[in-house]
Design a protein around this ligand. Structure first.
Ligand code: F6R
Length: 626
């Protein structure tokens, strides 16, 4: 959601910034812009509604030579997508430029205050107030006789920030101070990249991986001052902050498409590796290599399940579906009663929590505003917090205390795939660990479960081999106007995730139903324009599901089942138009495999329809505002 890039150094800033914006495209945007400080002292600002290519076209004749600049991809919140509302926003003199991610909640009051001081606004955005407010305090700073030139812009930004309510990651540059970029964050991510006599700024690491792997993560209420020969962090009280430089392990290729037509397809195919990377370092093995136990050598993960009375899982979207499967896993393996709460509800429901509670917070990005708010609330009530996240150094990782990382590598496509299955791995490991510690699973069953998990990466590879069959099926079904996913137990949660994937990238009205609920209402919707996808992996409930499939096909629906190879495949072939069969694993681990054909189905439907699956309309990768 909105992407920020900044550069100060010795190279032409514009190509560096545009390349960085390309890497941030996945976050979702509807317009883009750039401001470069030119050698003649002018701040050259260019903005365009639409894809980055529109801005690039406009820049063809712009001849930008400056070596300092800031840039932005905007995802509209205040004011429609338009050239004028795009960032950077400038002051009336055109000598201060600002890019901003987040929402300034009190912008209307500030705007009025500034208008009463004869400031004229150009856009409908909340961001523009920052450019004018900084200018107002610049004038105050410049009138101070004691002030050093190098501190003027920094102080003016700091004072402006003290007036803002809401969330922000922002960058400010000015032609009056041609050797500095000032950046700041509160509740939105921002990273400083350290080069040799050049410094980078971005909302996310992939935007700078081409240039550096040494980064400083800004924390809330911190500012960064980027100069040509150094970068320093400060608190809003002006205290210098010494932050350890983080080394990023991701290789630059991980954020490229590597020959795949889309990031989404690449990330679906990366699942065997992502699952193995998340699982295998945590398995302790015997001399023969068979998994014996689970060891979490992660950041501060010390869980004493014997002393935890209640677990609540909280997350949004796909991560919430992983959490729902996690709830099932804790109950199934550890016989622990667990709640799953959508983070955007949990944060407002005044939950009953205390020291005996463990709250597990699941988030790919670690930056989702609702998820962070839920985590902070649980923390303030004294609950223990464990984060499951994919992004090292994310706000969630830093604030949670205990973190179990998914090692999925950067997930660029907006629709989450490999992060989901990697989150599941962490949740299964936790559930099994809890089962062992609570003495509810004997060691044979425990080891058998670990053994089965250990084989999942190979099972996912086999599941991926259904690709062409799924592609052919999608070519026939992509324009169905209703697609219902149904299943029971673990399959119900997988059905929810499958329906979300199809909604997100194919814009189909797709819903998930617990198969037993169909006749309590939803079956009234079924007609010969409906496709029903039956998630059919819960062996004890096959007969029930076969009856549910008959109920919908007899009302004209087309049907497909996702089930196990062998007898199950034969059984469902008798009642469905199509079957995608998976290598058998225990019922409880089925979502790790059964989601794969559903992900591929959504992907190929979107391709048939001509949608770009990596950049679905209206969606952003990281939802950093409420
Ligand atoms: C769906 C999707 C979203 C995210 C949700 C939470 O494909 O990607 O539903 O799962 O916005 O994001 P994170 O996991 O980053 O907190």
């Amino acid at each position: 959601m909105c992407g920020i890039a900044g550069y100060i150094g010795y190279k032409a800033a514009a190509p560096v910034l545009l390349a960085a914006l390309r890497k941030l495209e996945y976050r979702g945007y509807d317009s883009a812009g750039i401001a470069v400080l030119e050698p003649d002292g002018r701040l050259s600002v260019h903005k365009a509604k639409g894809e980055l290519s529109v801005l690039e076209k406009r820049l063809k004749n712009a001849s930008l030579f400056g070596t300092l600049g800031i840039a932005h991809t905007r995802w509209a919140t205040h004011g429609e997508p338009s050239d004028i509302n795009s960032h950077p926003h400038t002051n009336m003199e055109g000598n201060v430029a600002v890019v901003h991610n987040g929402i300034i909640e009190n912008y209307a009051a500030i705007k009025l205050w500034l208008e009463n001081r004869n400031v004229k606004f150009q856009s409908d955005t909340d961001t523009e107030v920052i450019a004018h407010l900084v200018t107002y305090y610049l004038k105050e700073e410049e009138s101070r006789p004691d002030i050093k030139d190098e501190n003027v812009l920094f102080n003016a930004v700091r004072t402006a920030l003290s007036k803002l309510e809401g969330s922000y990651a922002l960058a400010v540059c000015s032609s009056l101070f041609p050797e500095q970029i000032i950046a700041a964050r509160k509740d939105c991510p921002l990273v400083v990249g350290l080069g040799q006599n050049e410094y980078f700024l971005a909302s996310d690491i992939p935007a700078m991986l081409e240039h550096t792997r040494e980064v400083l993560f800004l924390e809330d209420n911190e500012l960064a001052v980027l100069c040509r020969n150094n970068a320093a962090l400060y608190s809003t009280d002006n205290d210098r902050i010494e932050r350890k430089v983080s080394h990023v392990e991701w290789d630059a290729g991980a954020a490229e498409k590597s020959g795949y037509p889309h990031f989404m397809l690449k990330e679906i195919h990366e699942q065997p590796g992502a699952i193995a990377n998340t699982l295998r370092p945590r398995l302790c093995r015997d001399a023969a290599g068979a998994p014996l136990d689970i060891g979490f050598e992660d950041y501060g993960v010390k869980l004493d399940f014997a002393n935890i009375e209640r677990i609540t899982l909280t997350a949004c979207g796909t991560a919430a579906h992983a959490a729902l499967i996690g709830k099932g896993a804790f109950e199934y393996f550890a016989r622990l009663s667990v709640a799953m709460e959508i983070a955007s509800e949990f944060r407002y429901c005044n939950p009953v929590l205390g020291e005996k509670d463990l709250v597990i917070v699941v988030s790919q990005s670690g930056e989702t505003a609702d998820t962070l708010a839920a985590m902070r609330l649980a923390k303030s009530r004294g609950a223990k917090i464990l984060a499951i996240t994919n992004v090292v150094g994310s706000t969630l990782a830093r604030e949670a205390g205990s973190v179990l990382y998914t090692y999925a590598g950067p997930e660029i496509a907006v629709a989450s795939t490999k992060a989901f299955t990697s989150q599941l791995v962490c949740l299964y490991l936790l559930a099994l660990k809890a089962a062992k510690e609570r003495g509810v699973m004997d060691s044979d069953n425990f080891r058998a479960a670990l053994n089965a998990l250990d084989k999942i990466p190979e099972g996912v590879k086999t599941a991926l081999s259904a690709l062409e069959a799924v592609q052919r099926f999608a070519a026939r079904q992509y324009n169905k106007n209703k697609v219902f996913f149904m299943g029971r137990q673990f399959d119900y949660a997988t059905a929810m995730e499958s329906a979300l994937k199809l909604k997100e990238i194919n814009y189909t009205h797709s819903e998930a139903f617990a198969a037993g609920e169909l006749k309590h209402g939803p079956i009234a919707l079924v007609d010969n324009g409906t496709l029903v996808v039956a998630l059919a992996t819960q062996r004890a409930l096959f007969d029930k599901l076969v009856s549910n499939i008959r109920e919908v096909t007899s009302r004209g629906a087309a049907s497909v089942a996702i089930t196990w190879q062998g007898e199950a495949e034969k059984l469902f072939s008798k009642v469905c138009d199509e079957v995608f069969a998976l290598p058998p694993v225990p019922d409880a681990f089925s979502p790790l495999l059964s989601i794969v054909p559903a992900q591929l189905f959504a992907y190929y439907c979107a391709i048939q329809r001509g949608n770009n699956p990596d950049k679905p309309r209206n969606l952003a990768k990281s939802v950093t505002v409420e």
